[in-house]
Design a protein around this ligand. Structure first.
Ligand code: ADP
Ligand code: TRP
Length: 332
């Protein structure tokens, strides 16, 4: 059976290692292993609007996330890149799906619940500063997925519940469709889990602890310098399994080199300063090619638009057809 692969990234900040390992790398692997299947990779800009209201920043981050997708994908076939906001059918489907989504499902969504409990802790009204877009965020995500009958959704573990909500919605919509929409499957790399940030907590743009995928050496060195370690003195063996620097090294270092580094940790021949230098070198090596592509695109944004224009047209065609089918099935 043919697969349809789809995932999005919000333009809310500089793309970081968590985005790469949770979404981009698995998307790349799927793209390389499924040449003949359709693959949709987009910039979830209307999702970003739930939190980002600064027009200049929105414009900047939209370009940055677009350039990020394009810098990793060069030759892969049947990959479509687009801005979510350019596909108006998604938002029409969003309304239709809202009418098939039990409100209780959204009450239980982790992201919304976390904001409510924050308000509770601060003795504020439950829904203070929570906009309707935040509440219905998972419905828009279901529309992103279901409009393209996507079957495989590469995401980080924090997005799993959103795909589960999409599954509940599609089950209820399918009762009205002669040709059911396939049930989407979250693709989560269990070996990676949630990537940690410089403070050892989940890496996220919200927590100011991210390691950007693209940055110059000086800035990167400064950020890696902040990765928290314990106070084992130089000359003592270090425990790789309890070390944030080593955890990060595992994401970007080839196996043989990683083995060597592990031995150095255990023998006590290096300290955390050396380990951070290794991390800097491996990180730069890992993203070298993508980084060149990225800066080239950011300096020539017309290239971004050129590469996305054709994709967007194709995506719009598919979107129109599928929306028309769903509407006619519902009597419109
Ligand atoms: P952020 O949390 O920084 O705002 P996004 O919400 O834009 O990031 O996430 C885009 C993709 O990157 C999603 O698939 C998400 O699951 C993944 N992702 C984000 N942070 C991490 C992380 N720390 N570990 C693994 N995947 C992550
Ligand atoms: N909500 C996702 C995030 O914050 C981004 C996203 C929007 C997405 N629509 C999607 C991911 C559809 C996968 C499929 O990371």
């Amino acid at each position: 059976m043919s697969k349809t692969i789809l995932t999005g990234i919000k333009p809310t900040g500089e793309p970081h290692l968590g985005n790469f390992l949770g979404a981009i790398q698995p998307a790349l692997e799927l793209a390389r292993n499924h040449e003949s299947d359709d693959k949709y990779f987009f910039i979830a800009d209307y999702h970003a609007l739930t939190t980002l209201k600064d027009p200049a920043l929105m414009a900047q981050y939209r370009q940055i996330i677009a350039a990020t997708w394009l810098s990793f994908f060069r030759e892969e076939k049947k990959c479509y890149f687009y801005f979510q906001s350019d596909i108006s059918e998604i938002f029409e489907l969003y309304w239709i799906l809202s009418c098939f989504c039990p409100k209780g499902l959204l009450n239980r969504a982790h992201a919304y619940k976390a904001l409510v409990s924050q308000n509770n802790e601060n003795n504020h009204d439950n829904d203070r500063n929570i906009n309707q877009g935040v509440f219905s965020y998972p419905v828009l995500m279901a529309a992103d997925i279901l409009l393209f009958k996507a079957t495989h959704i590469p995401i980080g573990p924090d997005q799993k519940q959103h795909v589960e909500i999409a599954i509940e919605i599609v089950k209820s919509l399918n009762k009205y469709l002669k040709e059911p929409i396939p049930i989407p499957k979250p693709i989560i790399d269990d070996s990676i889990e949630l990537v940690i940030g410089t403070d050892g907590q989940k890496m996220s743009k919200n927590y100011n602890n991210t390691i950007p995928i693209f940055s110059d050496e000086k800035a990167l060195k400064k950020i890696l310098g902040k990765v928290q370690t314990d106070s084992t003195p130089l000359g003592q063996p270090l425990n790789p399994d309890a070390c944030n620097v080593y955890k990060l090294l595992q994401y970007v270092t080839p196996t043989d080199r990683l083995k060597e580094i592990k031995n150095e940790y255990k023998s006590g021949s290096i300290g955390y300063g050396h380990a951070k230098q290794y991390l800097l070198a491996q990180y730069q090596e890992h993203f070298k090619h993508a980084q060149n592509n990225f800066f080239n695109l950011i300096e020539n944004t017309s290239l971004i638009h050129e590469r996305m224009a054709e994709s967007t047209q194709q995506v719009q065609l598919v979107a129109k057809q599928q929306l028309a089918y769903i509407k006619s099935s519902l009597g419109f």
